[in-house]
Ligand binder design. Sequence first.
Ligand code: AMP
Length: 299
Amino acid sequence: MQIHPDIPELRDALRKLRAGSGLAMPRSVGFVPTMGALHMGHRSLVQAARRHCDIVIASIFVNPTQFAPNEDFSRYPRTLEQDCQMLEAEGVDLVFTPTADAMYPPGASTFVDVEGVSDRLDGASRPGHFRGVATVVAKLFHIAQPDFAFFGQKDAAQVAVLRKMVRDLDFLVEIIVCPTVREPDGLAMSSRNRYLSAEERRQALALSRALQAAQTQAARGEHRAAALQETMRATLQKEPALRVDYVAVVDPDTLLPVDDVRAGALLAVAAYVGSTRLIDNVLLAATTGNTGVPGKKKS
Ligand code: AMP
């Protein structure tokens, strides 16, 4: 596995790998962008890329432009050595580990703003966050030129923003979204879970519990978004130490609220556990129309 902090070197290495052994078939490149402090969620993205693509690149970059000044940029966990061991064990070909100066040379002043969707859910709570995300991912796409890029459903709003960016700017990359990987008790894996004390770790379970409660309610036929939202809020509020940031039932593409979930919807929550902000979501599939069973209509 090659590790490159330098942009020209990475491009050069990638060009050689793509050329491969001179076979006529072009070799596909799969890309997994991360901020490091890797866990099983990241690992699942790398495994999907490995299954899907001939060449796998991962990046590890704690992107300063997506953190507000009051956020956790400086204390974000950095575990480069272990991260590289995991990536090597999963058969990654190249790891890109740029410095902030390499990604943002002095005087850099070009940003990507995906208007509208960037101001919803996490974008509403973290102004400017998705501008930083879209800018860094656009740059990473230009540098790595992947055919496929792998992202986690865990960051559902990020997926909506990046899908729109790819459409709006005609990037030649297909975004593949992988399911959220959870701890056995339901907590969504996150690099930020490392911040939690034992007691906070217990409190954090309220997020997945809230989503599960609403999902069960929807499966039993509740289709009013307001009722599902109420269930999620009530479940979160049973944990008084938790501070709710948002509880939302939205369209997964636009992130705009929906009233009725029968056409499919994203249930999403964000809450502070102590000083740690955690997010989680589940996607509800459409229940209108076809049941998948010939001759059987959904009741
Ligand atoms: P991050 O390092 O937090 O920027 O995340 C890098 C990628 O891993 C993003 O596409 C995330 O959505 C994805 N990811 C983070 N946590 C999980 C998880 N629990 N399951 C699946 N993907 C995840």
